[in-house]
Design a protein around this ligand. Structure first.
Ligand code: HEC
Length: 393
């Protein structure tokens, strides 16, 4: 019973361990999925930032290839005061034949204006900066300073998730190298073609991307919760089935134990009965043998005293029947010895073929024709004579 209870405990323990492994697996898989979705967001933001950077670079190049472009002066597009300080730049402001005022827009000014529009529409921020800015407002922030220093060391891109005004952004910056077309305005600062002029940093807000992936994360989480529940239900029902099987086995074992008890009780009873029977047979054969010997003994004495041949024949019949009875009683005694396990077999030359001719005398009259037939076959050369250990009379 104790072993069974222990087995039952073991089943529960296995189920619990499996449930723990299943839970750990589900939590692991969920964590792995959520981590990858988050990493995906970061990668997508980085790609967006690179695309934004490439676009900015292209239209800047277009502007630089024209050494700046003229646009009408408006309230938001006033002449660039920094440009005025650059030597050799006359014609900063010009007038069309009809009297419209135009001002020269350098690439950095244009970029700044595009950045403002982009930020309003898409939330993506841009900043053109340099460790040696012409315009004081273009000074780098701490993150950009680190990036610009990295570019001086040969880095080609820096990017990371940063917080700006409490919001999460993917910040990415790549260097802007001095090209021949930049020299007109930047040569006076001492740059040569190939130098790092500064950097263009782009900051992509993470919130919109996170909002999109949040729905995905919820879906994944729900699928995992469902899987977890289904797994637990499966494990639970397997546990119940196992327990039921255990119960059936327990009952069968109990029944078997009871049957065994009954069987051994019955066997004991049978053994006892058998013993009594053997004892009875031993005693009975023993008790009958004594009067039998007396009968045979007195018959022999009578045979000496009687002369009438008919009486003698009766006596001889009594004697041979008595001997047969004695043989029978001896056989019963042997049988009881066999049953008691006390029979000792001995090998002897003297066991012989008995002459059964006399047996026919005990058959009923007429039995020679219709009754049982006594067949006796003996091998030639077998010794004749009585068993020396058996009292003949
Ligand atoms: C038409 C003149 C002009 C040309 C051509 C020009 N720049 Fe500039 N650039 C300026 C002026 C003026 C500023 C500073 C004021 C501003 O922000 O508008 C500036 C600012 C910058 C800045 C920001 C840091 C700072 O110094 O304030 C970078 C970086 C820059 N230029 C890179 C370049 C590169 C690279 C090229 C060539 C591909 C180039 N510029 C071509 C006039 C020019």
């Amino acid at each position: 019973m104790n072993a069974l209870r222990e087995h039952r405990l073991n089943v529960s323990r296995y189920i619990l361990i499996l449930a723990a492994v299943w839970t750990a697996g589900i939590v692991g898989s969920l964590g792995w999925n959520l981590y990858h979705i988050t990493q995906n967001d970061v990668e997508r933001a980085r790609i967006q930032a690179r695309i934004a950077y490439s676009k900015d670079l292209i239209y800047r190049r277009w502007n630089a290839s024209h050494n700046g472009v003229y646009v009408p002066v408006t309230e938001t597009t006033l002449p660039n005061p920094t440009l005025r300080s650059i030597d050799g730049l006359d014609e900063l402001n010009i007038e069309t034949p009809s009297g419209r005022k135009l001002t020269l827009i350098n690439p950095a000014y244009m970029t700044r204006q595009v950045f403002e529009m982009t930020e309003q529409v898409f939330g993506t921020r841009g900043h053109l900066t340099s460790l040696k800015p012409l315009r004081a407002e273009n000074l780098p922030d701490a993150w950009e300073t680190k990036g610009l220093n990295a570019f001086e060391e040969g880095a080609e891109e820096v990017s990371s998730i940063e917080r700006i005004e409490g919001q999460e952004y993917m910040r990415l910056m790549r260097p802007l190298l001095v090209e021949q077309r930049c020299m007109k305005c930047h040569e006076s600062q001492g740059y040569e073609v190939g130098n790092v002029r500064g950097g263009l940093s782009v900051s992509v807000p993470m919130d919109p991307l996170r909002a999109i992936s949040l729905a995905h994360k919820y879906r994944i989480a729900w699928v995992h919760v469902l899987l977890w529940i289904v797994g637990l239900i499966g494990l639970g029902s397997a546990g119940v089935r196992l327990r039921k099987a255990e119960l059936v086995r327990e009952l069968a074992e109990q029944e078997l134990e009871e049957n065994n008890l009954h069987l051994s009780a019955a066997k004991q009873e049978a053994d006892l009965a058998n013993h009594s029977k053997t004892e009875f047979l031993t005693n009975m054969s023993h008790e009958i043998r004594t009067p039998m010997n007396a009968i045979l003994g007195f018959t022999e004495i009578l045979e000496d005293r009687i002369a009438d041949p008919r009486d003698l024949q009766c006596l001889s019949s009594i004697s041979s029947s008595g001997k047969s009875l004695l043989i029978l009683i001896n056989s019963i005694l042997d049988l009881s010895k066999i049953e008691a396990g006390k029979l000792v077999l001995e090998e002897d030359d003297h066991l012989c073929a008995r002459d059964t001719a006399g047996d026919a005398e005990h058959l009923p009259p007429g039995g020679h024709q219709t009754g049982p037939r006594v067949l006796h076959r003996s091998r030639a050369g077998l010794p004749h004579g009585p068993d020396p250990r058996r009292p003949a009379s």
